[in-house]
Ligand binder design. Sequence first.
Ligand SMILES: NC(=O)c1ccc[n+]([C@@H]2O[C@H](COP(=O)([O-])OP(=O)(O)OC[C@H]3O[C@@H](n4cnc5c(N)ncnc54)[C@H](OP(=O)(O)O)[C@@H]3O)[C@@H](O)[C@H]2O)c1
Length: 385
Amino acid sequence: MNIVAAPIAESPFAPAVAWMPPARTPRRRELTIGVIGPGRVGGALLEQLRAAQPRLERAMGLVLRLRGIVASRQMWLDSDDPELNARQDGAQTWRPNDLDGFAAHVRCDNARHALLVDCSASEEVASRYPGWLAAGIHVVTPNKLAGSGPLARWQAIHAACGGGNARFRQEATVCAGLPVLQTLRDLLDTGDELIDIEGMFSGTLAWLCNRHDGRQPFSALLREALALGYTEPDPRADLSGTDVARKLVILAREAGLALSLEDVLVESLVPPTLSELPLEACMERLHELDAPLAAKLAEARAGGGVLRHVGRLDRDGRTSVRLKVLPPGHAFAHTRLTDNVVQFHTARYRDNPLQVQGPGAGPAVTAAGVFADLLRIAEALEARP
Ligand SMILES: NC(=O)c1ccc[n+]([C@@H]2O[C@H](COP(=O)([O-])OP(=O)(O)OC[C@H]3O[C@@H](n4cnc5c(N)ncnc54)[C@H](OP(=O)(O)O)[C@@H]3O)[C@@H](O)[C@H]2O)c1
């Protein structure tokens, strides 16, 4: 099964009219929010929150109160408080970064429901999740460090959620806005049994594999991907497979398997001669990637297959990240550009896997994945008396 957006067929009988739900009075709920990391994803999220607020209030009775924003060095409290802004003559009041003070401010006394969104890639922030959750603050994040970091911290996050009412969600850590973790959770919650999950979890490597047909050396394609902004500034971060390994650990843990990064068998595409070099020196020697990757391509072609970068997790917790030779008719051989694709083989989807596919990176889609998590938490809030 594919989750894809299909065009709506035009009716031959009547002009299209906007459908309005019947009028009802939604129960009023309020969620106080603090955004950590107003970078690319955090910035896009702030825009999306602002644009959606009137509709959410009208349709769902949901009021989202932005209480603060914190970046690596500074924080801005009461950022949408008109009274405070008026007192400050409209000026934005920045203070030095203080994560504990920030959380306490967002969790102000009259906030029944508080939520922190971590849009940083910071270990310092991720290490605070258990404490925040234990204090009753919900946490939503696209930051992979908690979901794939030390197992003890992950267990502490679970324990903190289990011991109180706070919830932790991290949909956007795996394939950004694509509903990958939610699909897994729905399958398991409804009693399906996982057999394995297989996917192309790296948009960069999907693009490189799609384009690597032998007409250009691999290093030339890599430079093109870098120029297009498809790779990390240091492309070894993509080629090493670690980012995909983190996503597999997150999926495994969501499936109830106690896995850590060290348990994932990762076949790095970075030769040892390049792995320790400073970035500049490495970029000058990228041609060292060409021969091994040309050999892998030739091997795939000799068997009539195509080469794809695949992450795999099975129900026993066996996980791998590597280049794989697939038959030319395989779904992974026909993705577009930097698309991610994930297949779930389960007892119900045994012969024909459930498949989720689409762009798996970019600030707007990642922020939308974060926003969807926030709304799922908001849906479960009790109404304000
Ligand atoms: N971009 C994507 O397509 C994508 C896709 C999936 C997941 N993600 C994940 O989303 C997260 C954000 O990515 P991004 O591309 O938006 O990164 P980014 O543009 O580099 O933004 C990171 C933000 O985090 C802030 N920050 C860093 N350390 C902090 C700290 N200790 N306390 C508070 N704020 C701190 C930075 O502050 P300064 O502004 O002061 O530097 C910056 O605002 C990352 O975890 C990334 O892995 C991104």
